[in-house]
Design a protein around this ligand. Structure first.
Ligand code: BTN
Length: 330
């Protein structure tokens, strides 16, 4: 969904986080003061917090950098731009992954489709969890691409994507971020982001994958209250993030994700293995692995060459696991 032109214009003006008087806003938008007031209420209804101070006017609780598709495209190298078939930005959407999964279903040959959103109303995480997706402050990015292999060969893709995300963050001088098997972006045992990959297609290939990334840049406490895991956002972990451009980071992420999608097609997980191990934030940790009703406690020994989690049980056996949910035992 795209907002009305007036709502967009109002958001654009307020995005600087400064006060704007009702009279100025009314003049700029060519609306009455009461229409402005209604528009402001509309923003609140979307979870966009505004502050009104008499004599000063209105401002957003937090300045925001709105998505700027043209700017993001400008920042991409030509080689990546050539790979993009469709580039969508949405003011509001249920889920960027659901949207592209539906497209993959309707048009299985689609590839190189990017979908970004300011807000998701039904953002999805792994294992049916909700992904909290407030307006304008985080990254909600999905890429639909085709792979020559069948879905069975894509088991290491989410690990490869994790490496790509760390590389993108490093390009913006954000250090100290790690990977938690299979596809979480972690910082000091708190979740900074997550990857959700949804694959469809023939068992012998080709297949389509929707690579979804949610990355917390700034999560207002109020909105984060429903999150059950320990979470963190970039604002908390790095002073650099204050100057970080959301559009620039999205461009870097898009570039890295495209690189993964192209290289994985040729060489699969092997080329990312060593780098993944460098960023492994679980190695040596005591964890519990949950698979359905089963709980397996052990010490993480890293990943094997195929990307399986290696867990040393209290009996001293090392076993490889292809799926499951891991939590740190403190
Ligand atoms: C997880 O760690 O549980 C995965 C979270 C993935 C969230 C992203 S946000 C963009 C894309 N759209 C969704 O609905 N989910 C993914």
């Amino acid at each position: 969904m795209q907002f009305s032109a007036k709502k967009k214009q109002l958001l654009q003006i307020l995005s600087d986080g400064e006060f704007h008087s009702g009279t100025t806003l009314a003049a700029q938008l060519e609306l009455s003061r009461s229409a402005i007031w209604k528009q402001l209420n509309g923003l609140e209804a979307l979870g966009i917090e505004t502050i009104a101070v008499s004599g000063k006017g209105y401002r957003l609780h937090n300045a925001i950098e709105l998505l700027d598709k043209a700017h993001i495209i400008d920042l991409l190298p030509i080689s990546i731009r050539q790979q993009i078939s469709v580039f969508e930005t949405h003011d509001q959407i249920d889920s960027t992954n659901s949207h592209l999964s539906a497209l993959a279903h309707k048009q299985p040959e689609s590839t190189g489709v990017i979908c970004l959103a300011e807000q998701q109303t039904a953002g999805r995480g792994r294992r049916g969890r909700q992904w909290v997706s407030p307006f304008g402050s985080n990254i909600y990015l999905s890429l639909l691409c085709q792979f020559q292999q069948g879905p069975g060969s894509l088991s290491g893709l989410s690990l490869a994507v994790g490496v790509a995300v760390i590389k993108a963050l490093k390009k913006h001088h954000i250090e100290g971020v790690g990977l938690k098997w299979p596809n979480d972006i972690y910082w000091q045992q708190k979740k900074l982001g997550g990857i959700l990959i949804e694959v469809s297609g023939e068992s012998n290939g080709p297949c389509s994958a929707v690579i979804g990334l949610g990355l917390n840049l700034y999560l207002p406490e109020q909105q984060a209250m429903t999150i059950e895991q320990d979470w963190v956002d970039l604002r908390q972990i790095s002073a650099i993030s204050q100057q970080l451009s959301r559009n620039q980071l999205q461009a870097t992420l898009i570039e890295q994700l495209f690189n993964v999608s192209l290289q994985y097609n040729e060489q699969s997980f092997a080329q990312y293995r060593d780098e993944w191990r460098l960023y492994d934030c679980m190695r040596g940790q005591q964890v519990s692995l949950f698979m359905g009703n089963q709980q397996i406690d052990g010490t993480v020994e890293g990943i094997n060459d195929e990307g399986l989690l290696l867990l040393k049980t209290p009996q001293g056996q090392v076993k490889g696991f292809a799926s499951g949910e891991v939590s740190f035992r403190r």
